[in-house]
Design a protein around this ligand. Sequence first.
Ligand SMILES: Cc1cc2nc3c(=O)[nH]c(=O)nc-3n(C[C@H](O)[C@H](O)[C@H](O)COP(=O)(O)OP(=O)(O)OC[C@H]3O[C@@H](n4cnc5c(N)ncnc54)[C@H](O)[C@@H]3O)c2cc1C
Ligand code: FES
Length: 351
Amino acid sequence: MKTIARNDAYPFILKAVKPLADDVVQLSLSTKNGEPFSYREGQFLSLRLSSGVQRSYSMASACSDDGQVQLHVRLLDGGQFSEWLRGQSRVGESLQVLGPYGDCVWQQPESASATVLMLATGTGIAPLKALIEKALSDGVRNPLILYWGGNTEKDLYLKDYFFELAGSHSNFAFVPVLTGAQPDWQGRHGFVQDAAAGDFPDLGSATVYACGSPAMVEAARTLLISTRNLDSTRFKADAFCPAIPRKAIHDAAHISIKVKQQNGMRSSLSVPSGISLLQALTSIDQVIGVCGGQAACGNCRVVIPDPWKSNIAPAGRKEARLLAAIDSAPEHRLACQIQVNSSLEGLLLDL
Ligand SMILES: Cc1cc2nc3c(=O)[nH]c(=O)nc-3n(C[C@H](O)[C@H](O)[C@H](O)COP(=O)(O)OP(=O)(O)OC[C@H]3O[C@@H](n4cnc5c(N)ncnc54)[C@H](O)[C@@H]3O)c2cc1C
Ligand code: FES
């Protein structure tokens, strides 16, 4: 299969838009000439509109060789991609696709009997559905348990599908979990990570996949590693971080940053501490976080000179691996991995 190169935009056609829930649609996309699009289950792609708006979405089905891809998209009021989809019928339109990206992909379980837990909230179910379908079709026999959380039953738009899948595969179990009050609900209440932690006191040999809201992913990571003995290298996750800061941070201290753009022009920014450097640059249209800040595309690479470089935390494992893969110099960093704080005061940033 031809692999479409990372960061090369590739034309796809939007073939169908199918409602899955009140605010979730399934997009069926196809490569323009039916050429295969190769990806690993659990990965995501980046869709670029002609307006330049670019958003990440995870593949919701196992990879096939017919160039077809399915995505689940939650429609957000006021969201730029959501409103583009909602505004008029887009079927037949061309979209630029970048990717695939992400390393929330299948990891060989520690042993044939080791448990594999999957935690999803909302459309975070999409990459886990692809992973589960692939694992079951490959004949994986490990116990696979899916916890899917939503506010109401309607949010769990594939509930019947997963119950049926559990009925036909003895090693797969499905646990729906609701956060909202619903009088006739017989199932579990609370957060998915708490439900999983309650069921599994020791995850020493387990692998956990978590996809969906950033709050759930971080809570699950902390809880399961610190209290359930989960090996941190066996926690695989994709947090569906928004491409733009969700709300202005009014109370935060502001940090002054100067940006030297590629055309030589300089702009001065006053950035609230706490957001990522990528979010700051996105707000002045200087960088597009192609992979949504997942340290997967390298598109947000910037030069951080001294003394600021030595003041900030060094690159983590994922960032260091990507920087090495794209032949970076020692002063290069990924803006998506750097949190703005007082150590960046006065930074002169070179794009
Ligand atoms: C790795 C990854 C995988 C993802 N996979 C999926 C997936 O499979 N399915 C899925 O549904 N999503 C997924 N996402 C999230 C997705 O990429 C988008 O963030 C999401 O669809 C919203 O995009 P949008 O353009 O509709 O909204 P945006 O334009 O990004 O707006 C998001 C929200 O912020 C509000 N807003 C807009 N502008 C501002 C502003 N200036 N200030 C404050 N608030 C504002 C909007 O009203 C809206 O509610 C993924 C994200 C990542 C990083
Ligand atoms: S946005 Fe993709 S690596 Fe930073």
